[in-house]
Ligand binder design. Structure first.
Ligand code: PMP
Length: 395
């Protein structure tokens, strides 16, 4: 007799989170986790902001469920600049990481059985919350220009009526690709026409290697909820994310957040507000992170081209991930134990398949590698270790 509810038993485990325990071994160079580089986190600046925040006891107190006024104002200004139009602070809800925003949105907007469109391969954290909310998932493929919106348009024309469409529009997790500008316009137009909400999950947009973050889908229409995060540009441990969207959605999310965690940490909100309000410093910091990350990406793709000549890699223009394809059909889940023995970890493509039951055929000869965690020399060493266990046919 199980102690768990039916709902809890139905929650899909994240193969990636399970894998992270294996790759955490000190002898393993892990390309598996989406871990931002620890050496690029602004520790001294965070320490100084923490010391300042602690001079005000309010920062150790509970704070409003929707977030502190100071942080919401800064986030609204940041989002207004990204969108090129004003985003009011009262349309901004601070969340405990953007993962919480995904969970609150799924629980706020979905009834069991509601159809939701997701990208395939998809962000596992989104697939988990959507499944936990009882959504019926409809995968749409991605190509080099992001979600295939023509496939989505065909499904809509054939009668599919999703309540939500989830997209990681820029520097996709796990696929690394970015939704093309024209497709962004089309997606926002489809949302208006068919009455669904787009959830634009965008933790990586600022990591555009050319310094020009793509124009958000939300810039093209009103039926878009945008999610942002400090995790990839400051530090995941702050656990500060946010959403912006229609007033009704913000109010619904606020009600559910009340019973979920009352509020996000007042202390880390104060730290984040100080760091983001110093726009000159923040711009310099982001430039430093993006330049270093671009060097790591270049080291990764060069090492793959040289050491894994038969393996195809995406050419990232931002973010943290490369997607490898083994044209000879190498099963990357089967390869993983040998890779770990050789001292390198990655995530097999099957972990990102939307339908677990078909995962054997879904993305089995593919893999996600995070190039952002280590300096270029270490990234190259990780690829060398991978090459040492890849069957000759693939190379
Ligand atoms: N969305 C995407 C696409 C992600 O890759 C991640 C983190 N891996 C998140 C949301 C959640 O990030 P956080 O909760 O740290 O903001």
């Amino acid at each position: 007799m199980t102690l768990l509810s039916t709902r809890a038993r139905a929650v899909r485990a994240s193969a990636i989170r399970d894998l992270l325990t294996l790759t955490a071994r000190p002898d393993v160079l892990s390309l598996a986790g989406g871990l931002p580089a620890a050496d690029l986190m602004p520790r001294e600046r965070i320490a100084a902001a923490t010391a300042r925040a602690l001079t005000d006891p309010a920062h150790l107190q509970y704070s409003p469920t929707t977030g502190t006024d100071a942080l919401r104002a800064v986030l609204a200004a940041h989002e207004s600049e990204r969108l090129g139009r004003p985003v009011p602070a009262d349309r901004t809800v601070v969340t405990t990481g953007s993962q919480q925003a995904l969970d609150l949105l799924a629980r706020t907007l979905l009834d069991p059985g509601d159809p939701v469109v997701v990208e395939d391969p998809g962000y596992v954290g989104a697939l988990q919350v959507l499944q936990a909310a009882g959504a019926e998932l409809h995968p749409v493929p991605l190509d080099e220009d992001g979600m295939c919106v023509d496939v989505l348009a065909d499904r809509l024309a054939a009668g599919l009526r999703p309540r939500l469409v989830h997209t990681v529009s820029s520097f996709h997790n796990p696929r690394g690709v970015t939704l093309a500008p024209e497709r962004r316009r089309v997606l926002a137009g489809l949302a208006d026409r068919y009455g669904f909400l787009v959830v634009e999950d965008d933790p990586y947009g600022l990591l555009a290697f050319d310094g020009r973050p793509p124009r958000p889908v939300a810039a093209h229409g009103e039926r878009v909820v945008r999610l942002g995060s400090t995790s990839k540009v400051l530090a995941p441990a702050l656990r500060v994310g946010w959403l912006t969207g229609p007033a009704e959605v913000c109010a619904g999310v606020e009600r559910l957040k009340q019973l979920t965690d009352l509020c996000t940490s007042s202390l880390t909100q104060a730290i984040t507000a100080e760091l983001l309000a110093d726009t000159a410093w923040f711009a310099r910091h982001v430039a430093r992170v993006r330049t270093a990350t671009a060097e790591r990406a270049a080291a990764f793709t060069a090492a793959v081209a040289e050491l894994l000549p038969g393996v195809e890699s995406t050419s990232p223009t931002g973010g943290m991930f490369c997607w490898l394809t083994f044209p000879d059909g190498t099963d990357t889940a089967e390869l993983l134990p040998r890779a770990l023995t050789a001292g390198v970890g990655y995530v097999p493509g099957a972990a990102f398949a939307v339908r677990e039951d078909v995962s054997a055929g879904g993305h089995a000869a593919e893999a996600r590698c995070c190039f952002a965690t280590y300096p270029p020399g270490t990234v190259r060493e990780a690829v060398r270790r991978l090459a040492s266990v890849v069957p000759v046919a693939a190379t």
